[in-house]
Design a protein around this ligand. Structure first.
Ligand SMILES: *[C@@H]1O[C@H](CO)[C@@H](O)[C@H](O)[C@H]1NC(C)=O
Ligand SMILES: *[C@@H]1O[C@H](CO)[C@@H](O)[C@H](O)[C@H]1NC(C)=O
Ligand SMILES: *[C@@H]1O[C@H](CO)[C@@H](O)[C@H](O)[C@H]1NC(C)=O
Ligand SMILES: *[C@@H]1O[C@H](CO)[C@@H](O)[C@H](O)[C@H]1NC(C)=O
Ligand SMILES: *[C@@H]1O[C@H](CO)[C@@H](O)[C@H](O)[C@H]1NC(C)=O
Length: 947
């Protein structure tokens, strides 16, 4: 037995706490301020209403499930007193026994405690007058059997549990006893300290929640800030009601770490025996089910003294459950609440509660205000490995698999999807080990998602209508021992790696009855390649060449398809239009699933003509010039063995690049992870980087005009703005500098080098703390260099340095002759109104002076010491557009002025707040203000330039 505390506090302060919890991101569904999700199942799509009693907005369930169909209960069950929520249902017929139908709640903070409530009123909605029995699951864990015993009464299932991931599913299972249906679903986030019996491995299923001495109304929201249902319980033949109009509160010492908290209105009524020498007795019967024939139970009993007692009187009582003592002497406190909980009573078919005055109590009989009674369920079962789940769902969507493919693919074991085999490790998530989609009517190509099942041993795709080539990536599956592709329309050659594994006996490979497929014996007509110069054996090269050809074909098709898409949406294509399009309306982030190409080291050798022409060197390694088979020029960034950019950074960059697509960010064409070789293949940027363009390196110092510089600055800003705002979670670049701004043949700027890119974990985080300082000396924001705190504003700072370089043509640290920071250097001169001394003389005064002034102003604001005083990238983009307008107006009538003032059209001329437009609060700068002039030697660790 254990004691714990509870209490009921003023609802208002809990609202405050709850709304705080919500802003911290408990739930972001439907914009309800309390984080609640309230669903009226069967309501027609898009409709909703505010419930009269709870004042909570209820909405249709259409957004939470795509199974089943809507019905209204039959007319004979609709009464004037009926609650709207119970008049419509969603039912899930014809899915067959042992099939699941699920609702998915998104956007949950993993590890948070929630109450979920499902309600059922049959109401003969199907006209069959057949009361069903169904099972409920919370994710992959059994929750409850719901046995509908009366057509017009409401059956409720409630569970309190810790939600392990960022979504939770409620699944209805057809157990062959009638069609599953549901009337309503509520999700209510709870404070994590509440109900300490609930943890990640066990949850509580409600049997009853009693409000002793209450009249006949159920107490819910708004009286209960968590919207629990407190059912009235009184028996006037046995018990007298005690009540108060005063608020009943938590004891102040319990409030911080509250375990139990009944609402004040519940605590304001209590019962006491009519005959003062009697005890209070009540009981609950266990409700075993076939999954848990002997469930454990736990109870919570709430007490408060509601009567001001005369000085010499005293109330003191003992509490026992089935004869077991919970407390031997307890005296409730006047208007303060307290709770006892009995942890996990062992199984008994009935639980008798007795509250009895202790003998020392002279006059006053016992009381009780409220009680809760729960069975304990296990929530320890884990869902299938997340990567396997996302891959199998992608495959399910691509091939429109019908079958029983609902909810979790492997768990619970009895509901594993048809055609899958899984492994069930004891302490980790199930993995998919085999997929059999033979005779599945699959058409189209072989999804590259098949290469994502890292634990897969057997893949059977035989006797379908699959076309296209065999994905090279399949050869990378570490555990694959059997691959059956018999009886399809596959074409092209078989990846060399697969043939090799077949030859060495580690893979059983079947591919008969694919007339267009070529293997060694049956070589292909068109793809004879003559890569005689490259080493190693010729046969391998031929095979690899064919593979590349096919990959390129796919790539080309992909490009054409994307182009078509762009056209259909009327997206601008030429440069002038590009500038107009505000970066906000760029393609979505992370949604696009690119099938990035995998290259082997051998293939890279072919592409780069045996790694002949070096076009760059950096911390990562060497960058080589190369050509794909279709002539596309690429840059191959090969990690050197001694690189200090580790495998981790490499993988970060590869992963990030697959999520990020923007015209001002360098795009990835493919990558190579072949043994120890790591490489990224990018689009080639023939004009090199901005640093070289500004300060030599390519022998063309200062060749850029002011307008070209502004365009480059604006385009880079748009790329960064996209990183900051288009993705969720947002990205920080962390290494913004001129050498990371690359230029293509038309001098269009693209930001590169995402090796240091980091996502905020959470939208609401204001900064990330990093273990070590990364980034480049001269570009580091002061708060980052001193306190290692990174925000979007740290990127803005670095970008401000870039702008100053663009204006001055000088490096971030000047030797004049003392090392001086460019911000200080330019700031001093601009402060004296002296712009001529600052501007790069290579521009020969050929610029609009207002445009340069404004740009310098933006640069200085970006480099403000206090992060909150720096503008957002969105504001920077808008300002640079204005700068470009000013410069452009100089050329009014210039037919080549394709960068003209039209750029302020569209949404970019919305008003913006220059200062503090966002709410990030950063570290106080007062102690940390870095005097850049004196801290150069402070030994801040930096990573070298990566290009
Ligand atoms: C249920 O009744 C409402 C009107 O009360 C109607 O709008 C809705 O279409 C009905 N739904 C079904 C599935 O019949
Ligand atoms: C459902 O309840 C009825 C009585 O209300 C009972 O006879 C029946 O056995 C129950 N079914 C299940 C599956 O528990
Ligand atoms: C959850 O609580 C139960 C009972 O107190 C305990 O046995 C179990 O170890 C706990 N699980 C976790 C993950 O803490
Ligand atoms: C109230 O208590 C009396 C006496 O114990 C009992 O006979 C009766 O059934 C109870 N009534 C209800 C509604 O529980
Ligand atoms: C009150 O209860 C006691 C003990 O059960 C009993 O002896 C007594 O007769 C009861 N009094 C009344 C008025 O019923």
């Amino acid at each position: 037995m254990e004691q714990s505390t509870h209490g009921a506090t003023a609802a208002r302060s809990w609202f405050l706490l709850l709304s705080l919890a919500t802003t911290a991101g408990v739930l972001r569904v439907r914009g309800q301020s309390t984080g609640f999700v309230s669903i009226d199942c069967g309501l027609s799509e898009q409709s909703g209403y505010v419930d009269d009693v709870t004042k909570l907005p209820y909405s249709s369930d259409a957004a939470f499930t795509n199974a089943g169909s809507n019905h209204n209960v039959s007319a004979e069950h609709v009464k004037p007193s009926s609650i709207k929520r119970y008049l419509s249902v969603r039912s899930f017929p014809d899915t067959g026994t042992a099939s699941r139908s699920c609702y998915t709640f998104p956007s949950i903070v993993p590890g948070s405690k929630c109450l979920l409530r499902a309600t059922f009123m049959y109401g003969n909605y199907d006209g069959l007058n057949k009361l069903p029995v169904l099972d409920l699951y919370l994710d992959v864990n059994f929750w409850k059997t719901v046995n509908i015993s009366k057509a017009d009464s409401v059956h409720t299932a409630e569970v309190i549990a810790v939600i392990p991931s960022d979504t939770v599913q409620v699944c209805l299972v057809d157990i062959g006893l009638g069609t599953p249906f549901i009337s309503g679903l509520d999700l209510r986030p709870l404070k994590n300290t509440l109900y300490p019996q609930v943890n990640s491995s066990q949850g509580l299923v409600l049997l009853d929640r009693s409000n002793f001495g209450a009249s006949d109304l159920i107490v819910r929201h708004p009286d209960d800030p968590y919207d629990r249902e407190w059912f009235p319980w009184s028996n006037l033949t046995k018990w007298r009601v005690i009540s108060t109009k005063e608020k009943v509160r938590l004891r102040p010492e319990d409030a911080a770490d509250v375990h139990f908290d009944a609402p004040s209105v519940v605590m304001q009524t209590a019962i006491t025996p009519i005959n003062a020498s009697e005890k209070i007795n009540f009981s609950w019967d266990a409700e075993p089910n076939y999954v848990h024939p002997t469930p454990r139970y736990t109870s919570v009993l709430y007490f408060s003294e509601l009567e001001p007692l005369p000085r010499n009187a005293m109330r003191m009582f003992s509490v026992t459950i089935n004869g077991m003592l919970l407390t031997s002497r307890y005296t409730p406190q006047y208007l303060f609440s307290y709770a006892f909980y009995g942890i996990e009573h062992s199984y008994s078919s009935r639980y008798d509660f007795t509250i009895q005055a202790t003998t020392t109590s002279l006059t006053l009989p016992p009381t009780i205000n409220a009680a809760e009674f729960f069975s304990v369920i296990s929530t320890a079962k884990l869902g299938t490995d997340a990567q396997d789940v996302s891959a199998i769902n992608a495959i399910k969507t691509k091939y429109q698999v019908k079958k029983n493919w609902v909810s979790d693919p492997c768990a619970p074991k009895t509901f594993a999807w048809d055609g899958l085999n899984c492994s069930y490790p004891t302490s980790s998530s199930p993995r998919i080990t085999s997929i059999n989609m033979s005779f599945g009517g699959l058409s189209g190509d072989i999804s590259s998602y098949f290469a994502n099942f890292k634990a897969m041993q057997h893949l059977d795709l035989s006797y379908n209508k699959l076309t296209g080539s065999i994905p090279y990536a399949l050869a990378q599956l570490p555990s694959l021992v059997e691959l059956d592709l018999t009886g399809n329309q596959l074409s092209g050659s078989i990846p060399f790696e697969l043939l090799k594994r077949k030859a060495d006996g580690s893979l059983t490979l079947r591919y008969n009855n694919n007339p267009k497929l070529c293997d060694q014996e049956n070589s292909c007509q068109s793809t004879e390649k003559k890569n005689s110069t490259v080493t190693i054996y010729i046969a391998a090269l031929v095979v690899a060449g064919v593979v590349i050809g096919l990959l390129l074909l796919l790539l080309l098709l992909g490009v054409i398809k994307n182009k078509a898409l762009v056209k259909r949406h009327g997206k601008p294509e030429n440069e002038a239009d590009d500038l107009q399009s505000h970066s906000k309306n760029s393609d979505g982030c992370g949604l696009l699933q690119l099938d990035n190409r995998w290259f082997t080291y051998l293939e890279l050798g072919i592409i780069t003509n045996n790694f002949q022409r070096v076009i760059g060197r950096g911390g990562f390694g060497v960058v080589y010039d190369g050509f794909l088979e279709d002539g596309t020029r690429v840059a191959v960034k090969l990690r050197s063995q001694s690189s200090n950019q580790g495998v981790e950074e490499f993988l970060t960059e590869a992963r990030n690049l697959t999520k990020i697509h923007h015209k001002n960010l360098v795009s990835l064409i493919g990558y190579c992870k072949d043994g120890d070789y790591l490489a990224l293949v990018y689009e080639h940027m023939p004009e090199g980087n901005l640093q070289d363009k500004l300060r030599g390196g390519d022998g063309n110092i200062g060749c850029l005009t002011w307008k070209q510089r502004l365009c480059i600055a604006l385009e880079s800003a748009q790329g960064l703005e996209y990183l900051h705002n288009a993705c969720s979670p947002p990205f920080l670049h962390r290494d913004v500098k001129t050498s990371n701004i690359l230029l293509n043949g038309n001098l269009k700027a693209k930001v590169a080098d995402f090796g240091l890119l980091k996502a905020f974990n959470n939208d609401d985080d204001t900064h990330v703390s990093t273990a070590r300082v990364v980034g480049t000396y001269g570009y580091l924001a002061p708060e980052y260099a001193s306190a290692m705190q990174l925000t979007k504003k740290s990127d803005v700072y670095s970008f401000g340095v870039v702008l100053l370089e663009v204006i001055t043509g000088r490096p971030p640290i000047l030797q004049t002759p003392e090392p001086t920071n460019i911000i200080e250097w330019a700031g001093q001169r601009l402060g004296q109104g002296n712009i001529e001394d600052v501007v790069d003389m290579h521009m020969h005064g050929d610029y609009d002076v207002n445009s340069v002034w404004k740009t310098a102003d933006v640069a200085l604001r970006c480099t403000a010491q206090v992060p909150t005083q720096r503008p957002t990238m969105t504001a920077v983009v808008a300002h640079l557009e204005e700068c470009l307008d000013l410069e452009g107006s100089r050329f009014a009538g210039d037919i080549n002025g394709n960068l003209n003032s039209s750029s302020s059209g569209g949404e970019s001329n919305t008003s913006y707040n220059y200062y503090g437009a966002d709410h990030y609060t950063d570290i106080s700068p007062s102690n940390n203000t870095l005097d850049m002039g004196h801290n150069f030697g402070s030994g801040v660790a930096t990573s070298p330039a990566t290009r």
